[in-house]
Write a protein of this length. Structure first.
Length: 458
């Protein structure tokens, strides 16, 4: 766990000694000689905790604690003092100190308490952000060239701190991609997702940047915003095209200065939060029409990742259908063994305007409606076009066997066999139809032991 601490003590030797010891423990430390100097540093740099002496000139430890509670960053504070008076300890705890140590103390004890304080704060932030950890990222399951490019870009971008813009239609998995980037970034703070389109316009500023007590009617106490919640982690601004123009200016300032200013406040709060934005809008057109600031657009468009719609992902639909079948049948407690060939052809032919989200919903509803152990066409008819819903999907001219129960491997194998048959076993055309490379197709033909008639087919 990477930790950065501000040590506040007017005894230079004591401060230097603590800095050196904490550094040997893997804890980065800076020092200040009094509370006023600490205020300046806390306004310029991001820290995870504060260790402060009580008796100091100009602004003492209790004054610093009071300032942190009322105006400063939301950080755990450990108080150290050579005096050990009970009233000092009581007052420090009343003002919000996390812990209190009497000099001389074992520096290892300070290190343990610091890590505990920072760990608890990070846990609270993660819970407050409602972080969801996914064992698998369903929207990124697949082998199509379009998805492989997304996976390549995520692998390149994740370890950096660069701002990322994810574009794509609704339901293509933009948040899934953002979570993968955060997961692979090595950042230990929270992943904080914010749907800007779902927030009332008059609350967006307070939610993002926080507010001070009395900033507006109903602001009964100080509240940290979502940018502060994401300190040390990632903030994901979904539907960024919905952000009002006046708040785009404030967001631009936050990106440039790496500080937030709470509504009603005067103190800038340094933050270390990586920004990932997403939109299903054409931001270039929004810029041309003066609905989105050009300078903000260039700030967020450092690395761009386009999430392909499901209709461009070929046989990924088959893989995703198998994944959702296994996942959702367990969650719903339904003993369903597979998907019928006709239903599979329906899934293969449907364009899914709602993308991955629509496919997942389709499988979930089919599982609920199914009367037998195999999902049938009738279980999916709710998303068929009206003309198609009136008649069953034809079964002739296919290598599928009727009424078979298909495992995930069988789904893929038969999808490949069907594409080869439709394209007269031409490898290049079949691979293009399936949305995979020719090399991948050849490997799968060999892996599944598919029989290919002799002849000069490429």
């Amino acid at each position: 766990m990477r930790v950065r601490v501000l040590v506040v003590d007017d005894e230079a030797r004591m401060a230097a000694s603590l800095r050196e010891f904490l550094g040997s423990e893997g804890i980065g430390a800076e020092s200040a000689g009094n509370g006023l100097e600490a205020q300046r540093l806390l306004g310029e740099e991001a820290f995870d905790a504060v260790v402060t002496d009580l008796r100091m000139p100009r602004l003492d430890g209790l004054g610093l604690l009071r300032w942190i509670r009322e105006q400063g960053p939301c950080l755990p504070v450990i108080v150290i003092s050579a005096h050990g008076e009970v009233k000092d300890a009581v007052e420090a705890m009343r003002l919000g100190a996390y812990d209190y140590l009497v000099k001389p103390f074992d520096p290892e004890e300070l290190s343990i308490r610091l890590r505990k304080a920072v760990g608890e704060r990070r846990s609270v932030l993660i819970l407050a952000a409602g972080e969801k950890r996914h064992a698998e990222s369903a929207g990124l399951i697949g082998e199509s060239p379009a998805l492989r490019e997304v996976q390549r870009l995520i692998g390149k971008a994740a370890p950096t701190n660069s701002t990322i813009l994810i574009t794509g239609e609704s339901g293509t998995g933009k948040e899934v991609a953002a979570r993968m980037i955060h997961r692979d970034s090595g950042r230990e703070g929270a992943f904080v997702p914010v749907n800007l389109g779902a927030l009332p316009e008059n609350l967006i500023e307070s939610e993002l940047f926080g507010h001070e007590k009395g900033a507006f009617t109903g602001a009964d106490s100080r509240r940290a915003g979502l940018f502060e919640t994401a300190h040390g982690g990632t903030i994901f601004l979904d539907e960024i095209g919905e952000l009002p123009l006046q708040l785009q200016v404030k967001l631009l300032r936050v990106i440039q200065d790496r500080k937030v200013q709470r509504l009603g406040g005067v103190q800038g709060i340094p933050i270390d939060a990586r920004l990932i934005a997403a939109t299903n809008r054409d931001l270039e057109a929004e810029v041309r029409d003066s609905r989105f600031r050009e300078d903000l657009y260039y700030r967020i468009n450092v690395i761009r990742i386009r999430m392909p719609p499901l209709r461009e992902r070929g046989s990924d639909r088959v893989l995703l259908a198998g994944y959702f079948l296994k996942k959702l049948s367990g969650e719903l407690g339904r003993k369903v063994e597979g998907i019928s060939p006709d239903a599979l052809r329906l899934i293969e032919s449907h364009e899914f305007p709602g993308n991955v989200r629509e496919l997942e919903n389709a499988i979930e509803r089919a599982l609920i409606l199914a009367e037998g152990p195999v999902l049938q066409v009738k279980d999916f008819q709710f998303f068929l076009p009206r003309t198609a819903a009136a008649s069953p999907v034809p079964t002739g001219g296919s290598s599928f066997e009727p009424a078979a129960v298909l495992t995930l491997a069988e789904l893929e194998s038969r999808a490949i066999a069907s594409a080869l048959e439709r394209n007269a076993y031409h490898r290049e055309k079949s691979a293009s139809e399936l949305g995979i490379t020719r090399r991948t197709l050849l490997n799968k033909i060999k892996g599944y032991g598919l029989e290919i008639p002799a002849g000069p087919r490429e």
